[in-house]
Every structure is written in structure tokens, then in C-alpha cells.
Design a protein around this ligand. Structure first.
Ligand code: ISL
Ligand code: CA
Length: 556
């Protein structure tokens, strides 16, 4: 990568904070901004350069802040604007930058704009998407991302509905209206002027709806063809870049639903000038058929294939294994039982060896697992409750419904951060808003900080290793031949080769040395591994990879 393209947001390590669940400073059971400030030194120690802060804006919290009622205010649960400004300052003194979530496909139905719109204010009516029902039915047959229809009747009206691609408390904005564009530009400037370093842009490729016709009937997301990565959407992103973002030293990462690498390149290829990078989802779909409620058995080779495709096709990636919507990676791609630590470390090693900017989600660095919910009554996620209703209406058997909810609820990732083994997990002195996983007794920061061989210690070492490695940060990527459940690739510059091998299974796997050698007469030297003893790998031609073993070799 040329020196001019070596931007700070490319070699920075990003850490995502889900504020509700991170650290509660005042005992009300909800994480808050002063809590985050108290953990900045911890993040610095870990090697974090950039924080992605999930929404802290004013919100009625139907979707935990992804339903914003005031883009310029901080939710009192999280603190005040002074707290937010202090967070930006305190982070800066530690050389940590902050990006915020930009949620502008929809607002909350409690936003002033929407309130005025339903009161009949002409100007604000044009901020949202209203349509009459037809013949006693909804205006069209589209389906929402949360598994229901996506029209809600306007209070007090007989036959007028508004569009919501997500929850009914999240009305979609009308991006055909130039006033909406101007409002969003102002919001961007407001935060950038406060010192924010960029945005994670929520569902950013579905803003612009081409029309509101009936869509081709599908199991889920009927209507997608009318709003998915439309030309109008590309145009908006180009203009936002040109009019606002290009004037600041900042970056954007787009959450782009249902895109393949070609569509992703159309959004963040260097010739496009729209977003700086995007989160792909193909690797998150490797244990499902199409939508996430059709779970299939996880097969490492599908994960490897998806990762390899994105590594190969994209100029630059936003690499992640977890976020606030996904199950915990150790419970999903690793093993949260016998091989807990070793599989967490393998996933850490892989994440930090791939080409692109690495994103770590809170708790991933200690190997937090999926939640231990008894049933739906212990879950808060609005999506789980909506989907439960849909499954009931489709007569899903109770046991299947229960199983699917446990596997897919977004609360799996949202259980409070496990700082210690105490009651409240060091997260709160009060009653936590969401049940704390009982395994905080043995999976927690306090314990891991004291242990040189912990998952946390491994993350620290691996981040430091990456920061010292020119090839891992900037080198090219090429997949190497290996057995199907072993992921082997090299990262290389003109004069250096770094070879990464991950056994993605709990079984021993043989890998031929020849398969990973890239040059005649070169010697592969083991530089980094997740096992303490190295079994003298270079002495025979057949490397035997232990369960979830991760190794980095350099060629000398
Ligand atoms: O997680 C999903 C389904 O379970 C995705 O379809 C998810 O809804 C989609 O990626 C959009 O997510 C983002 O926007 C949503 C919000 O609920 C999510 O938390 C956010 O990450 C609506 O704002
Ligand atoms: Ca609090």
C-alpha cells in the first residue's frame, strides 16, 4: 500500500462500545459515558486507537438508541453533553479517536420531525414516507428487517400509513427530500466540529427508495429491489463525502446490508469516493441459509470461503467477528467449552492478521460467550420479541421457537461487560438492565489481567505484534493451499512474507510444509502462536496443527 494511502484509520485498531452494557458509574444498572471514561486506560493498555461508540443520543430506546429522537442531545441514561465532550477530550489525551453511529435511514417516532409530521405540518410530512392503504390493505407488500410488515397506521387517520423498514417506532426518512439531506449534513458537522473522527453509518445502503410498488414476493424482505443500493443512494453518499466529510480528517465505515463484494466495491472502492470501508455480512451468513432465522450447522470452510472472497476482492476491509447484533464469536466459530481460551485466541489471531482495519467488540477480548437466557422473558431485544410473534403466527413448535430465539437473539452480544467475578460483574452496583452471564465468575477482566496466558493477554500481544509488522498492516493477501478447514494465507510486501495458519476445528489437522512455503530454499520461522509450546514445527515436513491452533511464520 502506497505511503500516501496509509491513513490512521487503516492501521488503527477499533473497539466497539455498546454503551448500555459497558460500564455503569452510578448504579442505575445502565452503562454510561462516565463509565466509559473510567475505562479509557484499560483500552489504551489493550492497544485500541479508535472507539466506535454505538448510539448515545436521546432516544426512547425501543431499539436501544438506534431510534434517535434528538441527534444533538445525549440520552440522560448515558450522561450529559459535558460528559460526552469530556470523553472526546480524555480519549484524545490518550491518542484515542472516537467515531459515532450515524443512524439516518430512520428516526424515532418520538423525534420532533415525526411528531410535527403526524400533526399535519406540511414541511415535516415531507421528511417521512407516508402512503394510503389500498382496498383495505397495507400500501404495499414489503417486509421489514425485523420480520414483520413495514407499514404502521398514522394515529388518528383512517387509511394513511408510514413506512418503517425496522420497528414501527423507527419511521423511515424521505431521502427524496433535499431538506432531509441538509439536516443530515448539519448533524454531521455538529459532531465533527466537536472532534468526532468519523461515523459508522447504520444500514447506509437502503436510504433511497426508488418507488413504493409491490415487490417480488420473498420469504423475507419483500420489496428490497426497490431500495437496495440504488443509484440515488450512491449519489447521496457521494454528496455527503463531497459537501461535508472531505472537509474533515475523518473516516466512514458503512454498515451495508446484503452486499456482495462487487456492490461493496461500488460503495468504497477508491474510484467511488463514497465510504472509506464497509462491513460485509457474507461471513456472518456462513451458518445460516439466507436470513438468520434459518440456522444451519457452522462449517469452517464456509467461513473461510467468505473471508477469502472479501480479502481477495476488496481494496480494503473492515474486519470483524462480532458486533452488537451478532452472536458471540467463540460460541459460534470457536468452542465455548473445552477449547474456550485456545479458540478465542485463534479467532483473535485471525482477526488481527487479515488485511483491513480490525474491529473488536467489547468483551470479545476476554472471550465473552452467548448469553445464558432461560427464555424470551429474559430477553430485551425488540427484534426477538417481534420475531417470536411472527413465529407464533406461523405455528412454529414451542421448542423450535425457543431454540431459534436463543441462537439468534441480539442480546447474546449485549449482556453486560464482565469486569470482575463479583455480584454485578464490576459492571454495576445496581440491578443490570440485562441479565449478566453467570460465567462472569470465571470469565472476567480482573482475572485475566493477572494471567499472562489469558485471552486478554493474547489480544494485547497480538495487537502489539500486528503494530510491529509491516506485512500484517500493509501487505498484500494471498490464500495458500491447505486442508479445507484450515485457513492458510500469506501477507506479503516486495521483500517479506508472513504466513498465517489457523486450524478452525477442534481436531488435529496435518498441513504440508510445502503447501505453505512460498519461495525455494526459504526457511519458515515460527514467530507467534496461541499455544505455549511450539512442538518444533520446522523440524518435519508435516506440520501437525493442534485444535484451534494459530501460527504466524515469517520467511527467512
Ligand atoms: O442484525 C440483523 C438482523 O438480526 C440485521 O439485519 C440488522 O438489523 C441490520 O444489520 C441493521 O442493523 C443496524 O440497524 C438496525 C439496528 O437495530 C441494529 O442494531 C443496527 O446495527 C436499525 O437501526
Ligand atoms: Ca448508569
Amino acid at each position: 500500500m502506497s505511503v500516501k494511502d496509509r491513513k490512521w484509520w487503516r492501521n488503527g485498531v477499533v473497539y466497539q462500545i455498546y454503551p448500555r452494557s459497558f460500564c455503569d458509574s452510578n448504579g442505575d444498572g445502565i452503562g454510561d459515558i462516565p463509565g466509559i471514561i473510567s475505562k479509557l486506560d484499560y483500552l489504551k493498555e489493550l492497544g485500541v486507537d479508535i472507539i466506535w461508540l454505538s448510539p448515545v443520543y436521546a432516544s426512547p430506546n425501543c431499539d436501544n438508541g438506534y431510534d434517535i429522537s434528538d441527534y444533538r442531545a445525549i440520552h440522560p441514561d448515558f450522561g450529559t453533553m459535558d460528559d460526552m465532550e469530556m470523553l472526546i477530550r480524555e480519549a484524545k489525551t490518550r491518542d484515542i479517536r472516537i467515531i459515532m453511529d450515524l443512524v439516518v435511514n430512520h428516526t424515532s417516532d418520538e423525534h420532533q420531525w415525526f411528531k410535527k409530521a403526524v400533526e399535519g405540518d406540511h414541511k415535516y410530512k415531507n421528511y417521512y414516507i407516508f402512503k394510503e392503504g389500498k382496498n383495505g390493505k397495507l400500501p404495499n407488500n414489503w417486509g421489514s428487517f425485523f420480520g414483520s410488515d413495514c407499514w404502521e397506521k398514522v394515529p388518528g387517520e383512517d387509511n394513511l400509513y408510514y413506512l418503517h423498514l425496522f420497528d414501527k417506532k423507527q419511521p423511515d426518512l424521505n431521502w427524496h427530500n433535499p431538506e432531509v439531506y441538509d439536516e443530515v449534513c448539519d448533524i454531521l458537522r455538529f459532531w465533527l466540529d466537536k472532534g468526532i473522527a468519523g461515523f459508522r453509518c447504520d444500514v447506509i445502503n437502503v436510504l433511497y427508495k426508488n418507488s413504493l410498488e409491490d415487490g417480488k414476493k420473498k420469504i423475507a424482505l419483500t420489496g428490497l429491489e426497490y431500495y437496495h443500493s440504488t443509484e440515488g443512494n450512491h449519489d447521496i453518499l457521494r454528496r455527503l463525502r463531497e459537501d461535508v466529510l472531505s472537509k474533515y480528517d475523518c473516516f466512514t465505515v458503512g454498515e451495508t446490508v446484503l452486499v456482495d463484494t462487487k456492490m461493496a466495491m461500488d460503495l468504497c472502492g477508491s474510484d467511488r469516493k463514497e465510504l472509506d470501508m464497509v462491513f460485509g455480512f457474507e461471513h456472518m451468513e456462513c451458518d445460516q441459509i439466507g436470513i438468520k432465522w434459518f440456522k444451519t450447522k457452522y462449517r469452517p470452510k464456509r467461513l473461510i470461503k467468505a473471508l477469502d472472497r472479501w480479502q481477495h476482492d476488496m481494496e480494503w476491509n473492515a474486519n470483524y467477528f462480532e458486533n452488537h447484533d451478532q452472536p458471540r464469536s467463540v460460541s459460534r466459530f470457536g468452542n465455548d467449552d473445552e477449547y474456550h481460551d485456545i479458540s478465542c485466541k485463534m479467532l483473535a489471531g485471525l482477526l488481527l492478521s487479515l488485511r483491513g482495519t480490525p474491529y473488536i467488540y467489547e468483551g470479545q477480548e476476554i472471550g465473552m460467550t452467548n448469553g445464558d437466557f432461560k427464555d424470551l422473558s429474559e430477553m430485551q431485544d425488540v427484534e426477538s420479541h417481534t420475531v417470536d410473534g411472527t413465529m407464533k403466527s406461523l405455528h412454529f413448535p414451542d421448542r423450535l421457537r425457543d431454540k431459534l430465539l436463543k441462537l439468534t437473539t441480539r442480546d447474546n452480544a449485549r449482556t453486560p461487560m464482565q469486569w470482575s467475578g463479583d455480584v454485578g460483574a464490576g459492571f454495576t452496583k445496581g440491578t443490570p438492565w440485562l441479565k449478566i452471564n453467570a460465567n462472569h465468575a470465571y470469565i472476567n477482566v480482573e482475572k485475566q489481567l493477572k494471567d499472562d496466558d489469558s485471552v486478554l493477554a493474547f489480544y494485547k500481544k497480538m495487537i502489539a505484534f500486528r503494530k510491529d509488522s509491516e506485512t500484517l498492516q500493509w501487505g498484500e493477501y494471498e490464500r495458500l493451499k491447505s486442508p479445507e478447514n484450515v485457513y492458510a494465507f500469506r501477507r506479503y510486501t516486495d521483500d517479506k512474507n508472513t504466513v498465517v495458519i489457523c486450524n478452525m476445528t477442534a481436531k488435529k489437522q496435518p498441513v504440508w510444509v510445502q503447501a505453505v512455503k512460498t519461495r525455494e530454499n526459504s526457511e519458515l520461522v515460527l514467530k507467534f502462536s496461541n499455544y505455549l509450546s511450539d512442538e518444533d514445527k520446522a523440524s518435519s515436513d508435516l506440520f501437525s496443527f493442534r485444535p484451534f491452533e494459530f501460527c504466524v511464520f515469517e520467511e527467512e
